[in-house]
Write a protein that binds this ligand. Structure first.
Ligand code: MN
Ligand code: MN
Length: 465
């Protein structure tokens, strides 16, 4: 069985829509490279679309009913958006879920170091990265510095054309004989990921003996720009990401080269599908954008936290279902979910790692993974056949271009998503997403057609009754 190529099916108007959606997406991922930035921008879009902060609604004890739109932010790093449907919440919801954290390098708590007149910030990588991919690239720093007085200073350096950028150096080829004999996992090791951030010494008149003058200069600049001192690094979250905007890829501009397609190529169309609802849906529509997927969905802002459950419980109470847990259990147990995360796109350069019949191809649309996991489906959410049939029907009824895939050949590897965490409520969950080339590399590749079909597929799913 072969699935159709989405590009062959578009008319002129659809191609215009595809281009326009791709432009908005490209701007979104260029301007939002951290979970905090994604959540802040998503909240701004939601407020424009009439969503109210759930905290305010709870405070005012306003009643919620069909058509009510609310959002809840979890420490500014994960976000839930809900539009209440015309049917009772206890009949279940249609849920879109995706993650907004991406692999990157985090600045350590005690990061500043001067070595031979060069100033560095020491880093600790986040998520699964091939460390050798992160050297000799222009890098930017995004994040926040929280100070003891309670103020939180935003940091974003390396994106504006006038900004400086940062880099991690590599050994020149001329002296790399020994380095090149190492395997790829150790050619650049974690502790070698030191970000070069300065060089010019601070000159203090009458003091030629000053220790670490390049570090002193760096701290002086940080103090001027952010009002921070070295100890403020203890309470900072600074993320090192590739500098610069996402770009069209290819002479035909059919693809996008960008940082963080995993998983913003699913998160952004999910958000847009939720916000694009023009009529009150039958079933309540919920979109959740979560943090910490790349490190196992743990912690207060990851999918395993009780935030999701707590928010739905608050909404049930405000919608008149009482404060007990039975309505919550029914609502969750009867829900349907698309758990969206990127798929491994078939890469002809590495064809032997894929099983061609069960691989995701760029341009062939939204990719459904009945199961994920590794080896004997370990760690997987395996969607039941009846649910897969329902999804096929709704996608076909809305002319969505879709395909099915596994993550590579059996036994070559594997991966997990947030699907199994929601599935424990008894809801019907299937993994789906956009195929990506070079997943987890600083610059990843997607097809605009798959991004657009994801958006169309999510819209179709939210109409499911
Ligand atoms: Mn990932
Ligand atoms: Mn992912």
């Amino acid at each position: 069985m072969e699935r159709p190529n989405a590009w062959k099916q578009y008319n002129g108007a659809q191609l215009d829509q595809l281009e326009s959606f791709s432009r908005d997406y490209t701007a979104f991922i260029s301007n939002n490279k951290t979970e905090r930035e994604c959540v802040a921008s998503a909240i701004a879009l939601a407020e424009t679309a009439g969503y109210r902060n759930l905290d305010d609604v709870v405070c005012a004890q306003s009643k919620l009913g069909p058509g009510s739109r609310v959002y809840a932010s979890n420490r500014g790093k994960s976000l839930i958006l809900m539009e209440l449907g015309s049917e009772p919440l206890t009949q279940g919801m249609n849920i879109l879920g995706a993650h907004v954290d991406s692999p990157r390098l985090d600045v350590k708590q005690n990061p500043v170091e001067e070595k031979n007149d060069l100033a560095y910030l020491d880093t600790h990588y986040y998520g699964g990265v091939k460390k050798y991919q992160w050297v000799t690239l222009p890098l930017a720093i995004h994040g926040v510095v929280a100070k003891k007085d309670g103020t939180v200073v935003p940091v974003c350096v390396g994106e504006d054309a006038q900004d400086p950028v940062f880099v991690i150096t590599d050994l020149l080829i001329h002296l790399a004989q020994e380095q090149l004999k190492k395997d790829a996992a150790t050619v650049i090791e974690g502790e070698m990921l030191d970000l070069l951030v300065g060089h010019k010494p601070l000159v203090v008149e009458g003091d030629d003996e000053q220790k670490d003058p390049a570090k002193a200069q760096l701290l002086e600049l940080l103090s001027q720009k952010y009002g921070m001192d070295e100890e403020d690094f203890y309470s900072a979250e600074l993320e090192i990401v590739p500098a610069g905007a996402a770009r069209d890829l290819g002479f035909d501009r059919s693809m996008i080269l960008g940082y963080g397609h995993d998983d913003r190529s699913c998160a952004y169309p999910s958000l847009c599908a939720q916000l694009a609802l023009t009529e009150v849906p039958a079933r309540t529509a919920l979109t959740i954008l979560v943090d910490k997927e790349e490190i196992g969905s743990v912690g207060a802002t990851g999918m395993t936290s009780l935030f999701f459950e707590n928010v739905v419980a608050e909404v049930l109470a405000l919608a008149g279902y009482g404060e007990g847990t039975l309505a919550l259990r029914r609502c969750l147990g009867r829900s349907h979910m698309l758990s969206s995360d990127v798929s491994a796109g078939f890469d002809p350069a590495f064809a032997s790692t894929f099983e061609p019949k069960n691989a995701a191809y760029l341009g062939h649309g939204l990719t459904f993974n009945k199961f994920t996991g590794s080896r004997g489906k370990g760690g997987s959410n395996d969607a039941d056949a009846e649910y897969v049939a329902l999804i096929r029907r709704v996608m076909d009824e809305h002319d969505v271009c879709w395909q099915t895939a596994e993550l590579g050949k059996v036994d070559v590897g594997g991966g997990g998503t947030i699907a199994y965490i929601l599935a424990k409520y008894g809801m019907r969950v299937i993994d789906c997403g956009v195929p990506v080339l070079s997943m987890h590399a600083p610059w990843e590749v997607i097809s605009k057609a798959d991004l657009f079909e994801a958006y169309r597929g999510y819209q179709a799913f939210l109409t499911l009754e």
